[in-house]
Ligand binder design. Sequence first.
Ligand code: PBG
Length: 331
Amino acid sequence: MAFPLHRMRRLRNHPWTRRAVRETRVGVEDLIEPLFVSEAIRDRKPIPSMPGCFQLSLDHLVEESRQSFELGIGAVMLFGIPAEKDARGSAGYSEQGIVPRAIRALKKEVPGLFVVADVCLCGYTDHGHCGVLEGERLLNDLTLELLARESTAYAEAGADMVAPSAMADGQVAAIREALDGAGFDDLPILSYAAKYASAFYGPFREAAESAPQFGDRATYQMDPANRREAMREVELDLDEGADMVMVKPALAYLDVLESVAEVSPVPVAAYNVSGEYSMVKAASERGWVDGTRIALEILTCIKRAGADVILTYHAKEVAKNLEEEGAGSRR
Ligand code: PBG
């Protein structure tokens, strides 16, 4: 028995039923806001390819984070831009580096904020690759040592979680061991488990000044064509002790996200990356799409596909919008 007995539109007529039967809701509690903190500037510098995003001095980072916290965004992910770079990315694991300083400032000035630190070397190396090189080859096992040191430096500064994104084999195990050895057995690791070699990171590399000076990241990040391989990446990271796993990018990878979320015994994060953000902003600046509605729709769909947590540059905008909606308007 179908039509005319059944009419799907009956429950779509009134805003109350539409809200009551809604299966997925994005809330500020789902979001982590990525922020860029720079040692080289004193104010906030707009990132041209990411309208609404900035490189922030330490003071401005605190200010931005405070605003986000007041909007209900409980977590930020930090990316550092050092004043000096070298071949081994030493500014990334120095205790006096910009990220440890930022973590200390945030813990003091915005208590209650959950501070996640991205762990990678591409922002700190002069060649822009995610680890130590020999010629043009990335040395996996030597890189592990540095990632472990970087994680420990962030933990010592007070980070609430570390998030390794270098796609070095064994990075979760190396970091877990280093953290445990330093007394941080309680600090969780969010692993960028299925991270693809994606053109969607283009604007981020401008923002973080981390573009590789030669070649690309195809020898360590995943081929966008592969899904089965993502499952294996996740499995290995779980064996190494990951507390949460991430799929990145999100939007063009919802199938991967769904597959991971279906089997993952740990919570799953999705990274709505810079290129996804910039495309929405560019089209909305031209008046071609309604940027705020699209952002909320994208995040809702990422959550529908299975994400427990979403990293997004839209965080503030969406938080403001949800607040207004909560204050009375009807959809
Ligand atoms: C560092 C890192 C990158 C992103 C997050 N961590 C860049 C890259 O791998 O090249 C991308 C985030 C974004 O595009 O928003 N390895």
